[in-house]
Design a protein around this ligand. Sequence first.
Ligand SMILES: [Zn+2]
Ligand SMILES: [Zn+2]
Length: 674
Amino acid sequence: MATSSTKIIRIAPIGFHSAIAIAADELGHYLPRLAPVMCRVLTCCSYPPQKARVQILLGTSEHLNPRGLRNVPALSDCDDAFLIKEFRAALYLIGSNPRSVLYAAYRLLEHFGVRFIRPASEVIPRRKRISWRGLRIRESASYRHRGICIEGAPRLEHVLGLLDWMAKKKMNTYQLQFRHAGAFWRKGYTLTGQIGPEQVRPAEERRRPEVLTDRDCYALDDRVIHRCRELGFIVHRVGHGWTAAAVGRAGIGWAKTRRRVSRSRQSYIALVNGKRAFFKGVPTNTELCYSNPSARDAFVNQVLQYARTHSEVDVIHVWLSDSYNNNCECKACAGKSPSDWYAILINEICQRLEAEELPHRIVFLAYVDMIWPPEQERLVHPKAILMFAPITRCFVHPLVDTQCSEDACLDRSLLNRAVLFRRNRLFTVTAKSWRGKHPGDAFLFDYHLMWACWSDGWGLDMGRIMAQDMKHLDELGLDGMVSCQTQRCFWPHPHTMHAMADMLWNRSLSEATQRRKVFADTYGEAAKLAFEYWNGVVKKTGSGRSYDHKTVFSATEPSTTVKLDNLAAWLSKMQQALRSAAGKLGEPVHRDSLRLLAAHASLTSLLVAARLGALAGSCKRLDKAREKARKRIAEIICNFDLWVDPSVMPAQVEGLFTEMAKEISMPKTLPRTR
Ligand SMILES: [Zn+2]
Ligand SMILES: [Zn+2]
């Protein structure tokens, strides 16, 4: 029993996985900051020390399973669970695998009051003593897949910081896209967008994209994989690019090419509108002629070759092109749906991986015109995992909300005539239609934190939607999510990120309790004010009925001007309140959090000013607000660069101003009616 009189807590990691050693080191790091104790972390060993002067023991149930201790989690590579229990005067942290031991360590720290708000932003309360008398916490993950995929404009430190935050929040999967993730690293290390950091730190940022060579990008990927391996994460890799590779192109990123396909491979390319050529000049966006066995072979061989040389990858994503209505129209291909050809390809790959005894699993993607399951084929191999990606969905409503609907045909589209769904009812229908067509392992690949989150608060409440989506994944037959997202995405509050991690771990959490807890942890004494602002801004920027999908920035009712005037006054009052409260907070994490919210209020008020200008037909007023917003965004990125993506965020806000500007220019081009 450790009490304030305890001088030293001995921490014994049992077993040799790095995640267990990290778990022991993390306890050794945090416990002395929490209370007046000293920690001694022992060297890893294969069995528990004989006598109980050791006070905390950590390991998987393989090495640590004392007789008499009940409910020890069963060993599993993919399913995460842990037990924290006082037993015979010592504290046992036992996981179903090494990363679950690490989760147990962080869960213990949470029990003592530590809060992992954002990367490099944690609250560690100071306590008089640490006690684990009678402590018993037994948890297991609600969903198997709990991951993040690289997007946006990160640097290495952002991804490493995010990985550590993910471990603290019990997430288990990371995906690097393409053969290397240079498409994202290059944005992070160089110019990142219209109002990116080149304005903020010109000396550092004025580098050209080619500064990062392919070798640099592979080296950055390697550092990320190394950390994933240390933490015991599941590594996913690739995605798009295989179709390009099958015809001899690198298939890294979405670059256009002026070069034609080589004559020997031209018959591999899909016949679209009578031509076999790169679709709109982009190899990554080009499909193949899948009824051609040589084209299929070239594709399958690319994946096999990759698997043979990439033992660091657990799950290879085998996606087709990143476009739609580009499928082969030749007579042989037209006999089956694109999803059927895809199923044939994936089945071939899985069988050949198995024949070569390669351990990798394969993710296939239900997406745009392949959102429908195959008609004739089945994906039967246990190596295959379905990934359902509703990229054009609505974020005003949860994914399972069937009232969020549109006048669109519910049937599968004809070849190359697909129209993308914008509302959620059709995604719910298609997700459910996959049942029985694949082995069963499946997850959602979604984009809450990619684009829509940068309009959060403006008629949108992403944290609420995220929580509801994660709670109801099982209704769609999905066992978790890999979030395709910007890596610096804690704007303007961390609730959405926490809702994702918390609900993926435990979907029976009450939505309201989880939200209240995140706000209390993030803002401390100012939580009530933060709630008042957030709930207020979401409500006041919405317009009309929910399923109208309108905001005060898009509505045209005459009452909109009055609403905007009232909103402007309220925002100015709230900005003052938030800034003044931030000045009084003692905890730096709470202060930063409130400053972020004040920055959101300030940006919102500039959008309101621009919209009022637009409604009055004044380009001048709109441009003035837009210019101010650009400066404000540059400040926000400079002040909070760990938590705000410098590329997607400015582009998304700029897009809102552009929409408003269109409104002014439009009447001029229309004929006058009077
Ligand atoms: Zn064809
Ligand atoms: Zn909707």
